[in-house]
Design a protein. Structure first.
Length: 460
C-alpha cells in the first residue's frame, strides 16, 4: 500500500484555505503518527456544503421487519464466510455454530451457513439469498449475522439495513477462532464470568475536546445514570489524566479489576508513514501525551495487551476515529480528491478478540473518522443519553447487536428531528443539516467485531 505521508495528510484541501471570518464548520478527531499533528485540517464552509450534498446516505432503517425480538428461533442466526475462510477455520468455530444452531431451532430452524462473494454489497448478498429489498425475512437470511474472514470490506457491513444485526470476526489462525468460539459459547452457558463493573475511560481530548463523549462532564453523566438505573453495578470513570496507557493495560491484565464493559473515548491514530499504518491505525492516544511528537509510550495499542490477559466475556467500546480500522478510501480523502489505499483492520480489536488465554466477547469501534460536529451543546446530554441507554441494554443482558441497533436508530431519529425543525434562519438551518448528517454517519460507521447475539456473562 502507498501510505500517505504526514505532509500529504496535513495539506489544506483543494477548495482553499478556511476563511478566517467563517468558523470551521466541522473537523475530524484523530492524529498523525508520529508528529501528533491533526490528521487533516478542518473542513472549509464549501467542503461542509459538499459533504451534505454529495456524501449523504439514506437513513439505514429502510427495511421492514415484523418484530422478532432477540429469540434466535424467530430472528435466526447465520454465519457468512469470506472468500479466504478454509475448512480448519470453519471447524474451529464449531462450538459456537452448534450452540447457535440449537438456539435458532435446530436443523429445521433459522440457522444458515453462507458465503459472501468478492465485491458483493449487502443488497446483492440479500438478493442472492432470495430477498426482495423491502422486507427482512429471517426465513431467507437470518437477522443476526456473523461475517468471518480477513479483509471483508467495512462498506459491506455498514450497508446492511437496520433490521440486521451484523458482526465480524477477523482473526489470524484457527487456534484463535477456536478460542473465541469456545469462550463465546461458555459465556452463554455460564453467565457469571464477569463482575458487575463498567469502566468509562476518557482520554485527554486536547484541542479535540469538542467531541461529545470525550468530555469529562458527559462521562460522569453516564456514570451517574448507570448508578441510578443499575445500583447493583459499580461504575467508575477515569478522567483528569488518569487514563494512561499503563492504567488501561492494568485494567485488562488484572482480573480483579477487569470490568464487564470498558468504554474509551478520545483521539486515535489515523495516519502513519514508514509502514506503521497497519500496526497503529486506531491506537488510542492516552493521557501520557501532552503535545509534540507521539511515541509508543503515549498510545494504547495491541502490543500493550498482556499475553496472559483473561478477558472472557468482556465487551469494549472504542469511541474514536478508525478504531475498528480504516477503509480503502476514507470519506475525507474522497472529498479532497486523494487516492484510495487499502483496507486496514485495526490490530487492537483483533488482539482483544484473539487472546488464546481468554478472549473478549465483543469490541465496537469506528470504521471512519469521528466528525467534530457538535458545537450544538444543546444536543450533548441527549447524545450521552443514547450511550447510557446502550450500556443499560448490555447490563440487562440484551444482545450486543440489538443494543447497537437501538443506538443507531436513536441517532437517526434525532437526525430526522433536527433536519425537520422549522427554522427561518438559513445559517441555523445549515448547521442543523450538518448535525443531522454527522448523526447519520455516527449511526452508520459503528462496527461490531464479535458475535452480534453475544450477551454480557453477568448475573442479573
Amino acid at each position: 500500500m502507498n501510505e500517505p505521508s504526514a505532509e500529504h495528510e496535513a495539506e489544506v484541501s483543494s477548495s482553499g484555505k478556511s476563511d478566517p471570518a467563517i468558523p470551521a464548520q466541522i473537523g475530524v478527531n484523530g492524529v498523525q503518527w508520529a508528529s501528533g499533528a491533526p490528521w487533516q485540517s478542518p473542513l472549509t464552509l464549501e467542503e461542509s456544503r459538499r459533504l451534505i450534498e454529495e456524501h449523504s446516505h439514506p437513513p439505514p432503517d429502510r427495511m421492514n421487519l415484523a418484530d422478532s425480538g432477540e429469540d434466535l428461533s424467530e430472528a435466526g442466526w447465520g454465519v457468512v464466510y469470506g472468500p479466504d475462510v478454509d475448512g480448519a477455520t470453519k471447524e474451529a468455530l464449531r462450538p459456537l455454530l452448534e450452540l447457535r444452531r440449537t438456539q435458532a431451532g435446530g436443523d429445521e430452524g433459522l440457522f444458515s451457513e453462507m458465503q459472501v462473494q468478492d465485491g458483493e454489497s449487502a443488497e446483492d448478498f440479500l438478493a442472492r439469498q432470495g430477498g426482495d429489498g423491502d422486507w427482512a425475512d429471517p426465513q431467507i437470511a437470518p437477522t443476526f449475522l456473523l461475517m468471518v474472514g480477513r479483509n471483508i470490506p467495512f462498506e459491506l457491513q455498514t450497508s446492511f439495513p437496520l433490521p440486521y444485526n451484523v458482526g465480524r470476526l477477523s482473526l489470524t489462525s484457527p487456534e484463535e477462532y477456536a478460542a473465541y468460539a469456545q469462550a463465546a459459547a461458555d459465556a452463554e452457558l455460564s453467565p457469571q464470568l464477569r463482575p458487575r463493573r463498567v469502566a468509562l475511560a476518557g482520554t485527554d481530548g486536547g484541542e479535540d475536546s469538542r467531541f461529545p463523549l470525550m468530555t469529562e462532564d458527559l462521562m460522569e453523566s453516564v456514570e451517574r445514570s448507570i448508578a441510578l438505573a443499575r445500583p447493583s453495578w459499580d461504575a467508575i470513570t477515569l478522567t483528569q489524566g488518569l487514563t494512561t496507557q499503563r492504567r488501561l493495560a492494568q485494567l485488562l491484565a488484572d482480573s480483579s479489576e477487569t470490568p464487564a464493559v470498558l468504554v474509551t473515548a478520545g483521539r486515535s491514530v489515523c495516519a502513519a508513514g514508514n509502514g506503521r499504518l497497519f500496526d497503529l491505525v486506531g491506537a488510542l492516544v492516552c493521557c501520557d501525551y501532552s503535545g509534540g511528537e507521539l511515541n509508543p509510550e503515549h498510545v494504547f495499542d495491541a502490543g500493550k495487551v498482556s499475553q496472559d490477559a483473561r478477558l472472557n466475556g468482556l465487551m469494549v467500546l472504542l469511541q474514536g476515529s478508525f478504531t475498528a480500522g480504516r477503509p480503502a478510501h476514507p470519506l475525507l480523502d474522497r472529498l479532497r480528491g486523494r487516492p484510495a489505499g487499502e483496507t486496514v483492520e485495526a490490530t487492537l480489536p483483533r488482539r482483544l478478540l484473539g487472546r488464546k488465554s481468554g478472549p473478549a466477547l465483543a469490541v465496537l469501534g469506528h470504521c471512519e473518522c469521528c466528525w467534530l460536529h457538535l458545537a450544538a451543546r444543546s444536543q450533548r446530554e441527549e447524545w450521552a443519553g443514547f450511550m447510557t441507554s446502550f450500556l443499560e441494554g448490555l447490563l440487562q443482558r440484551q444482545s450486543v447487536g440489538a443494543a447497537l441497533q437501538d443506538y443507531r436508530r436513536r441517532c437517526c431519529q434525532l437526525a430526522d428531528r433536527l433536519e425537520n425543525e422549522p427554522n427561518a434562519n438559513a445559517e441555523k438551518q445549515f448547521q442543523r443539516r450538518l448535525e443531522a448528517w454527522a448523526l447519520r454517519q455516527e449511526a452508520r460507521n459503528w462496527i461490531l467485531m464479535g458475535d452480534p447475539a453475544g450477551r454480557l456473562p453477568v448475573a442479573l
